[in-house]
Design a protein around this ligand. Structure first.
Ligand code: AR6
Length: 204
């Protein structure tokens, strides 16, 4: 079996895949509310809903950790239509308040079973998150597995979309992280990265 020549694992289970000479993809298990790199050019991504006023899952955990200022900042994001601040596939950015990161990118993934083209919507959620982060000069960004909780997206399909979309930004960030709460999602993501990034990881 071909071992990935340049993917490397650290003691906390973080596995690093070079995407380019300047950008790395890092996959780890953990709680995204505790993640930060430098608290000035870093951001986490919140898998929100269209109202953008909090919820369960990672969204609830992020609001609890950020404090009530985050909810106030979300209220001040203008509605694009009644009850919708961030349509599916789009992204908005706020400060991180009491979180250890400078910013929170809020995005809305598709509800897998009711979206007519979930892969396109999920790719848009990743792409637009990276775009708004780039506009704020974010260098380090961490994603959870968007849509893989309440929204029911199958893990393997989601990993394909997530990792191939991140590859489009292989010169734009220093590090793109996935911080995955569940062991089985972490393993699916690692297998997918080994598969999709094997060209980058094979010996020259
Ligand atoms: N850190 C990292 N990942 C987490 C954390 C955490 N602290 N907590 C949960 N996860 P979900 P969705 C994982 O349901 O499917 C909310 O109510 C979780 O195990 O948070 O996009 C929103 O308001 C799963 O793998 O987001 C929306 O209404 C992943 O994060 C709706 O849920 C995403 O699960 C969005 O649903």
């Amino acid at each position: 079996m071909d071992a990935p020549a340049r993917a490397s694992a650290s003691s906390n289970g973080a596995v690093r895949f070079p995407l380019s000479p300047t950008t790395a993809l890092i996959i780890q298990q953990g709680d995204i509310t505790q993640w930060s790199i430098d608290s000035s050019s870093d951001a986490i991504v919140n898998p929100a809903n269209e109202r953008m006023l909090g919820g369960g899952g990672a969204d609830g955990a992020i609001h609890r950790a950020a404090g009530p200022e985050l909810l106030q900042a979300c209220y001040s994001v203008p509605e694009v239509r009644r009850g919708v601040r961030c349509p599916v596939g789009e992204a908005r950015i706020t400060p991180g308040f009491r979180l250890p990161v400078s910013h929170v990118v809020h995005t809305v993934g598709p509800i897998y079973h009711s979206n007519s083209d979930p892969a396109t919507s999920l790719a848009s959620a990743y792409r637009n998150s990276l775009r708004v982060a780039k506009e704020k000069n974010i260098q380090y960004i961490a994603f959870p597995a968007i849509s893989c909780g309440v929204y029911g997206y199958p893990y393997d399909e989601a990993a394909t979309v997530a990792i191939s979309t991140i590859k489009e930004f292989q010169n734009d960030f220093k590090e793109v992280h996935f911080v995955l709460f569940l062991r089985d999602i972490y393993e699916v993501w690692l297998n997918k990265a080994n598969d999709l990034l094997k060209d980058e990881n094979s010996a020259p």
